[in-house]
Structure formats: C-alpha cells, structure tokens
Design a protein around this ligand. Structure first.
Ligand SMILES: [Zn+2]
Length: 319
C-alpha cells in the first residue's frame, strides 16, 4: 500500500554552494522557499528528509567518468587556491562557477533525487520534492553549464530504470529554459519519454529540433501566458504521456517561466503551476501509483519562486 504522503528532501550543503556576489542562482533561493513553507504551514504537511550524497556509481548512470573526475579535481584545486588566499572560485563558463562546497552540494542534489526514488518505490511516500541546488537540467553527459553540474533528474531517471527495474519513466520539464542537458543524456533511450515547453530563442538556444523520437519539445514564443502553456500540456503532453504509460514521473521543476521572473519572458503564475502539477499528479495516479519525483531547477525572483513552489507542493500533497 502506498502512503499518501509527500516528501521534502533537502540538505544544508545545498546552501553552501554559491557562484559569487549578485549571482541569481543563489543560496537565498532555498531560504525563500523554506520561509514560505513555514509561514504558510505547508511545510507541516510534508515529510522532511535529509538528502544523502549520491554514490559515484549512480552518478555514472548519466555522466561520463571524465566529467565526474573533472569536478572532483576542480574541488581539490579550489581548496588549494583558498589556502593560498585566492578567490575560491573556479569558473566553468561565463555564468557557472564552483566554490569549495559545489561538489558536495551537487552530490546532495543528485542524492536527494535518488533517495526520493527509493522512498517512492518503497511506498513510504507517494511523491517527493527535492529542494536542492545546484540545479541539473543543463548538465549533459560530459559537461557542466548554465548553473548546472550534475543532472539530478537524469541520474534519478536512470537509477529508477537500472536499479529498480522500471520499464518506462517520464521526464517533464516546465522550466523557461530548454533542458538541453537532460535531452543530451536521455535522447534515444526508449525507456524514457521527455516532454517540455520552454521559451524559444532563449538560453541554451536549443530544443526546437528534438534530438530523439522520445523527446516532445514545445517552444513557446516570448510573452506567452499560462493559458498557452496549459494548452500545450492538455493537447500535446498528456496524450503522449498517457499513451506511454510511465511507471514513474520526474519533474524538472523550474519556476523561471513565472511572469515576475526576469530570466525569461513567459507569463505563468502560481495558479498555472498548481494546474500543471495537478494534471501530472492525475497522470501519475492513472499509470504510476502516484509516483512523482520533482526536482527544483530554475526560478530567480525569490518571492515568485517561493509562491510557485508552495503552489506546486500544495498540488503534489493534495492540500
Ligand atoms: Zn531556467
């Protein structure tokens, strides 16, 4: 019997990773979410759990050995740099940097998603949200980019397939940016159906041409509102997802498509996130015993992020 309970995985290490003053992907994102859950009382309805570190063998289900070795090597280099009085940052691209805590945070973020899979498969939880950073959906097989180091959702999706013997899992991505890293890892893997929408012409400038038949990518024009996103979910995502009959649903839950988020120009609001999440919960109840593992991706306007996560969690927990 499945418990009708929603889990909330996080870890203090996820707060210690930061990429320099003024960077939008900041530790305060998690504080804003925590505050909101506390004030609203939603936190009380969730089972709060500590994220473990992902095992290297599990991370390798989605990433090349060289990528993992590079991140670990970079961590040592930063530690030496800090001892020598240096900045303590190693830059990977123009807006992605590591500090001394990044590797630990990345392992906790992926570990949260893996532990969530275990708990949901064991029936201890119906579904779970991972309040983690760094986010993951721009991290590909071989590289970190776009604020992402390990692809938490792709690692956990492969983990569900390989370690729990599932045959079909769905990945749903509603971040304003295309989940190019997830596509890089999962395109061509017929055990996975990935559906997404994202703002066309925005970073990482991909997605318009899907890289595999198992990818349903729907670009939205700038200034599209929630109604247009809901139409995509109803008319394009759900028919494909229902035909696929996933045994578990993963969500790359980015909230930067919110109207108040300057990272993109889409016009979603909290009610849209609640509506989408409710449709996904119904889908999961139809095919997957309700099993959903949702991982935080983007969302940079702190107030809008916190309100949207609350709406997402209310729908997941059926509050
Ligand atoms: Zn994003």
């Amino acid at each position: 019997m499945t418990a009708h309970k929603s889990g909330y995985f996080t870890h203090a290490d996820c707060r210690r990773h930061e990429m320099g003053q003024g960077h939008p992907e900041c530790p305060e994102r998690l504080d804003a979410i925590e505050d909101r859950l506390l004030i609203s009382g939603v936190g009380d309805a969730l089972e709060r759990l500590e994220a473990p570190c992902a095992a290297l063998d599990d991370i390798r289900l989605a990433h090349d050995r060289l990528h993992i070795a590079a991140l670990r090597g970079m961590e040592l280099e930063i530690a030496e740099q800090v001892q020598a009085g240096g900045s303590g940052y190693a830059h990977i691209d123009a807006d992605t940097a590591m500090n001394a805590h990044t590797w630990a945070a990345a392992q906790r973020a992926a570990g949260a998603a893996i532990a969530a899979v275990d708990a949901v498969m064991a029936g201890e939880l119906e579904n779970a949200f991972c309040a983690v950073r760094p986010p993951g959906h721009h991290a590909g097989k071989a590289g970190a980019s776009g604020f992402c180091f390990l692809n938490n959702v792709a690692v956990a999706a492969r983990y569900a397939l390989e370690r729990h013997g599932l045959q079909r899992v769905a990945v749903v991505d509603f971040d304003v940016h295309h989940g190019n890293g997830t596509e890089d890892i999962l395109a061509g893997d017929d055990r996975v159906l990935m559906v997404s929408f994202f703002q066309e012409g925005l970073y990482p400038f991909s997605g318009t041409t899907p890289r595999g038949a198992n990818m349903l990518n729907v670009p939205l024009p700038a200034y599209a509102r929630g109604a247009q996103a809901r139409e995509v979910v109803e008319q394009q995502w759900l028919p494909r997802l229902d035909a696929f009959r996933p045994e578990m649903v993963f969500i790359s839950a980015g909230f930067d498509a919110h109207r108040e988020d300057d990272m993109g120009q889409l016009g979603l609001v909290e009610a849209d996130y609640a509506w989408i999440t409710t449709r996904l919960r119904e889908l999961a109840l139809r095919h997957a015993h309700g099993r959903i593992v949702s991982c935080l991706e983007g969302g940079y306007n702190l107030s809008a992020l916190a309100r949207s996560v609350e709406a997402h969690l209310r729908a997941l927990a059926d509050l």
